[in-house]
Ligand binder design. Structure first.
Ligand SMILES: Nc1nc2c(ncn2[C@@H]2O[C@H](COP(=O)(O)OP(=O)(O)OP(=O)(O)O)[C@@H](O)[C@H]2O)c(=O)[nH]1
Ligand SMILES: [Mg+2]
Length: 209
């Protein structure tokens, strides 16, 4: 079972990305997917995923989903003391047989990273609508993540975000690591995202090439 950690600032599109990836991995790759959401003070994301993927789209069963309310600063629950999430992983594994678990961190800052105990592969999601200063400004989470997803590129013209600058900055601070530009709203870049994720799952031995 591969554990994929998804993190990034508040509202950057983590849950939207997880919903997209779950549909792709289940429907197109035939994998069994579980989801753990981390919210700090609510169960908002777990309820949303339950309504979208369990009730409406019927892509996963309710036993494949677990929502955590961490109560403290988000990165504590995925890095300093990931015990709550490790227990959640154990619970999911006992309930059902899974190939992949997607773990969403609560929205956090650019220094946030996953404990290697919790995630084998990490995706950092940035929001283009926050401007083009990042990824150039750096931050451990952006630098260390296996895949950088720059989301909401449909909003770039409204905030004068220069996507080419973001691309060059990403290459500079993350040499030899992939960055994908997407819009989960318009669908732009999503084929490339699927291609990159598939390549990683093949490397992990979960999929045949
Ligand atoms: N225009 C646009 N909106 C998007 C895109 N992706 C997500 N959104 C919207 O952005 C908002 C936040 O998306 P979420 O997926 O909830 O973001 P999140 O990172 O999970 O948010 P938190 O868990 O609260 O930190 C929602 O209203 C989404 O519909 C995109 O590519 N373009
Ligand atoms: Mg979310």
């Amino acid at each position: 079972m591969i554990k994929i950690g998804v993190l990034g600032p508040v509202g950057s599109g983590k849950t939207s990305l997880i919903e997209f990836l779950t549909k792709y991995l289940v429907k197109e790759e035939g994998l069994k997917v579980g989801i753990i959401t981390n919210d700090v003070v609510s169960s908002h994301d777990a309820i949303r995923v339950y309504e979208d993927l369990v009730l409406k789209e019927k892509v996963i069963g309710r036993e494949n989903l677990l929502g955590l309310v961490t109560g403290g600063c988000p990165h504590t629950a995925i890095r300093e003391d990931p015990s709550m999430n490790l227990r959640a992983l154990e619970t999911l594994s006992k309930r059902t047989n899974l190939d992949v678990v997607l773990i969403e961190s609560g929205g956090d800052n650019v220094m946030s990273t996953f404990s290697p105990l919790l995630a084998d592969y990490t995706i950092f999601v940035l929001d283009t609508a926050a401007g083009d200063k990042y990824p150039g400004k750096g931050g451990l989470g952006i630098i260390e993540s296996d895949l950088l997803v720059i989301n909401k590129i449909d909003l770039a013209p409204y905030v004068n975000a220069d996507l080419n600058k973001m691309k060059l900055d990403a290459i500079k601070i993350r040499p030899n690591k992939p960055t994908v530009f997407i819009s989960l709203k318009t669908g732009e870049g999503l084929d490339e995202l699927k291609r990159v994720i598939k390549e990683e799952l093949i490397l992990e031995g979960l999929l045949k090439g």
